[in-house]
Design a protein around this ligand. Structure first.
Ligand SMILES: [Zn+2]
Length: 150
């Protein structure tokens, strides 16, 4: 499932990427280019904007929730997505690029020493070179998902 989020949903975009969903964050205000982008890339538009043209051809999901947790829950429910832990942390939260596993040795000077000592598996974004590991984020994600599922 490919998603396109409008500019007011930046934090939500990051979280959907953490869950492993292919999520483009569209920062421009221009509605025509938003719709063209969605149609061209076959993405579902996720927005809080009630005024997007319904008949534009792209699927539009209008989110009513205001808080991040509730927004995340609403998107997952409306699109009938069940978060799977295998999919989490497979995408860069900044670029949306799928991450690739790297040798531990290659992460050495790029992460804090305590992280390097404690973690065995590291991943890198091919676009921005940011390094990821299943560390502190993991607890937060579990917590948020528990809240959503409860
Ligand atoms: Zn990146």
């Amino acid at each position: 499932m490919r998603l396109l989020l409008t500019r007011e949903l930046g934090r939500l975009a990051k979280w959907l990427r953490i869950l492993g969903l292919d999520t483009v964050y569209f920062k421009e205000q221009n509605v025509s280019s938003l719709i063209i982008e969605a149609l061209r890339q076959e993405r579902i538009i996720i927005t809080r904007n009630h005024h997007l043209p319904r008949s534009c051809g792209a699927r539009i999901v209008v989110i009513n929730a205001e808080r991040l947790n509730a927004q995340l829950a609403e998107v997952l429910k409306r699109l009938q997505i069940k978060p799977v832990s295998d999919m989490m942390f497979t995408r860069c939260t900044l670029c949306n690029e799928p991450l690739t596993a790297i040798q531990k040795e290659n992460a050495k000077d790029k992460v804090p020493a305590y992280v390097f000592a404690a973690q065995e598996r590291f991943f890198a974004c091919p676009q921005c070179s940011r390094i990821y590991w299943q560390g502190s984020h993991w607890g937060n994600v579990r917590e948020i998902l528990n809240k959503i599922n409860s």
